[in-house]
Design a protein around this ligand. Structure first.
Ligand SMILES: Cc1cc2nc3c(=O)[nH]c(=O)nc-3n(C[C@H](O)[C@H](O)[C@H](O)COP(=O)(O)O)c2cc1C
Length: 149
């Protein structure tokens, strides 16, 4: 049985969480966009936010990932436009995950990510996601929040 943390990060918060999961013995896999995002700025944020509600979404690089029945998977996604980030949405479209055991850690700049919760519920995931606000500003809070993993 493997423990996996599959995540996306463009400004480092998810990266910090990945380092915590690594400490806990998880294998960590970063989802990468086909076109690099580069340095974040206001206009890019608006454009990327728009991809969360566009049909096309965003394309991600191929990932060589075999998930076995008894593997435990945690998915980490930033909140974009109150929703799941487009790279993680693309990942979820590509990989069939166990709806009962897969857990989600969402990270935001302070928002509640209500749409993201609804998206996951609609996809059939049974576990209530964990939402952590401003991870990099509150590293101790983040460390404490993922204790249960
Ligand atoms: C395109 C985009 C949209 C975002 N939308 C929201 C939002 O709706 N609500 C919020 O609280 N934070 C929002 N954020 C902030 C991120 O969710 C937050 O900074 C998160 O920790 C980023 O994770 P990362 O550093 O691993 O990429 C947005 C960030 C980006 C880049």
């Amino acid at each position: 049985m493997k423990k996996l943390f599959v995540y996306f990060s463009s400004t480092g918060n998810g990266e910090f969480l990945a380092s915590l999961f690594l400490e806990k013995g998880y294998e960590t896999i970063k989802v990468e966009t086909l076109k690099p995002i580069g340095k974040m700025n206001f206009f890019k944020m608006i454009k990327l936010g728009g991809t969360t509600i566009s049909k096309k979404g965003m394309e991600i690089k191929d990932i060589n990932l075999q998930i076995k029945e008894d593997d435990f998977v945690v998915i980490g996604s930033p909140i974009w436009n109150d929703r799941l980030s487009s790279p993680i949405k693309a990942f979820l479209n590509k990989f069939e995950l166990n709806k009962n055991t897969t857990k989600f850690v969402l990270y935001s700049a302070g928002g509640e990510g209500k749409h993201a919760f609804k998206q996951l519920e609609k996809m059939g995931f049974k576990n209530t996601p964990l939402l952590i606000k401003s991870v990099n500003k509150n590293p101790d809070l983040a460390r404490n929040a993922i204790k249960e993993f």
